[in-house]
Design a protein around this ligand. Structure first.
Ligand code: ZN
Length: 572
């Protein structure tokens, strides 16, 4: 629905679907669905809550966000200015509203995103608030309902916002383990990091009529593939046809469907079966000191953009190179068992200094032909599902997992979207958060966004000296925030994507030094350094009991948002 025209004040709206001029009150009574053509206008979080919950039953959770600008991000405007404007414009503290309520007299916890607030983007505070909502659901033993509306992760918070995909996913995993229902309601639009995590790794996924959901946005896909997109691409009906959502629900029926789901979950639950609520260890609430102190001094003094260019150098050792040099006896395992074998992800059994491990990594190549054959290291859903199969196999065999991350990002293609790219990434993130064997991830080249995180939820995250790890490519960030000029080098600096920056933020634990001037000048030396670093971090993990391992891994990802909340204010 477009904004009202000034002449008509607030009384009339023009439908975005059929252009009918509609009396505003009548439209609101009709839940912002056009009575002429059925188009569903976007609704904000407060209005959505009014539509879904029993009258008067909603109590906001007490946590309030503090002012936060974790990487000091500046584009044309400093990030805090954008936050202030979003708060003034919406009357909300952040892009999500969380609270307890009853829906059809069934108690639940809801987290409702608001697209008006910086595009509903997922930053540290949003991740923390949704995680706290999930933890409240766990503590109360009630279902969690997520209503998503988001352009994706919030680039102004760099890789820290990427981490929120893991943080929220592990909270979802805890609800799964406790047998508590999780439901997501996809509303228009739901993209990127939100689509590739908690929007799709819940038990039941509803799509509101007219909603679009995908990992890559249509603009990006059109740009990358140079093709027109199929009619109805990424719409709710498309998602239903491709098996990615349980149902498409018109807004009028949404509350009724939720009531039915909550009723079924309640009937099926035996109260005695609920395990005790896991308590967070106090240590997880304390900000961790900057990691990687031992080797950050080996970091390049160079510019972030120069590091990006080194990380992408075609001569840089690939995963198969490292499997040849740093590991022994690699036996490659192929296929996702669902109909495909993605060449951009390789994996299998290998030995590291005599110990058996499962190694999984993105595979690029050195020549154009190799790069094309490997889809430039951009994994399809089949690649993510192959990785998932292999980590689960590792868990069954009790083998540690080593992942080597080198991807510009997940495959942003039409087929990838049809085959559920977002859900494939989301499932991997969730599976890695609960894996009972040690996981060490090494960013060896490019750590691009959700595609990288799909292999990087680990007990230890290492990074080669000239590798980068980022929520969005510098070019992608520049196109959005500096639309009038080429600003990728500037964006690279603003995003804090180099190893030393990420160590300071606690996202990366240690840097792996490269032979001077960079890994591709001496691949053998690079392999030795990688092997030593992985061993140094993996060996201490081998003796940790599985339950402790999983708990610590969760705490590792939990802390990225925990420090971002201010004093608890009373419920509104
Ligand atoms: Zn209409």
């Amino acid at each position: 629905m477009t904004a009202t025209t000034s002449r008509e004040g607030q009384l009339w709206s023009r439908c975005g679907g059929c252009a009918s001029l509609l009396y505003r009150k009548r439209l609101r009574r009709n839940l912002d669905v056009c009575p002429e053509c059925g188009a569903h206008a976007r609704v904000d979080a407060p209005e959505r809550l009014l539509q879904l919950v029993d009258p008067g039953s909603f109590t906001a959770l007490p946590e309030r966000p503090a002012e936060v600008d974790p990487i000091g991000f500046v584009d044309l405007l400093p990030y805090p200015h954008r936050l202030t404007a979003a708060r003034a414009g919406t009357g909300l503290a952040e892009a999500v509203v969380c609270g307890t309520a009853t829906v059809g007299r069934h108690p639940c916890v809801l987290a409702v995103m608001d697209f008006r607030f910086l595009g509903g983007s997922l930053g540290c505070v949003v991740g923390e608030l949704i995680t706290l909502a999930a933890e409240r659901a766990l503590a109360d033993g009630v279902p969690l309902v997520l209503v998503t509306a988001s352009g994706g992760a919030r680039m102004q918070e760099g890789a820290l916002s990427l981490m929120q995909m893991a943080t929220v996913s592990q909270a979802i995993a805890a609800l799964r383990e406790a047998g508590l229902l999780t439901v997501s309601v996809l509303t228009d639009p739901t993209y990127g990091g939100v689509a590739a995590s908690f929007a799709t790794n819940t038990d039941v996924v509803l799509a509101e009529s007219g909603a679009r959901m995908g990992f890559a946005g249509p603009r990006v896909i059109r740009q990358v593939t140079g093709r027109d997109l199929p009619e109805g691409f990424q719409t709710a009906d498309f998602l239903l046809r491709h098996g990615q959502v349980d149902m498409v629900v018109p807004r009028h029926a949404l509350r009724g469907r939720l009531v039915a789901l909550l009723a079924a979950a309640r009937a099926g639950r035996r109260p005695a079966s609920r395990p005790g609520v896991p308590r967070q260890e106090p240590s997880s609430l304390v900000a961790r000191p900057a990691g990687g102190a031992a080797t950050t001094s080996a970091a390049p003094g160079g510019d972030a953009w120069e590091t990006v260019r080194l990380a992408r150098h075609p001569g840089r050792p690939t995963t198969l190179d490292y499997l040849e040099t740093a590991f022994d006896g690699f036996v490659e395992l192929h296929g996702d068992r669902l109909g495909a074998d993605c060449p951009a992800v390789v994996g299998g059994l290998a030995r590291l200094d005599g110990r058996p491990v499962m190694v999984i990594g993105h595979q690029k190549g050195h020549t154009t032909a190799e790069l094309v054959g490997r889809n430039f290291g951009m994994a399809s859903p089949a690649g993510h599902r192959k990785a998932l199969r292999l980590v689960r196999l590792a868990a069954r065999l009790g083998l540690p997992v080593v992942t080597l991350v080198d991807t510009p990002g997940a495959d942003p293609g039409v087929r990838a979207e049809e085959q559920g790219q977002a859900a494939a990434i989301a499932e991997n993130i969730l599976a890695l958060t609960v894996l009972p064997t040690p996981v060490v991830a090494v960013i060896t080249g490019e750590g691009g966004s959700g595609g990288a995180l799909a292999l990087a939820v680990a007990d230890r995250v290492l990074m080669l000296q000239h590798a980068v790890y980022s929520v969005i490519s510098p070019e992608g960030c520049a196109a959005i925030l500096w639309p009038d000029r080429p600003a990728a080098p500037q964006a690279a600096r603003a995003l804090r994507l180099t190893g030393p920056d990420l160590c300071r933020l606690g996202i990366v634990d240690d840097l792996v030094p490269e032979p001077a001037p960079a890994a591709h000048h001496d691949p053998q030396a690079a392999a030795r350094a990688l092997r030593e670093a992985v061993l140094a971090h993996l060996l201490p993990l081998l003796d940790v009991p599985p339950a402790t391992l999983v708990r610590r891994r969760r705490q590792r990802f939990r802390r990225f948002g925990a420090a971002r909340l201010g004093a608890r204010a009373g419920a509104r």
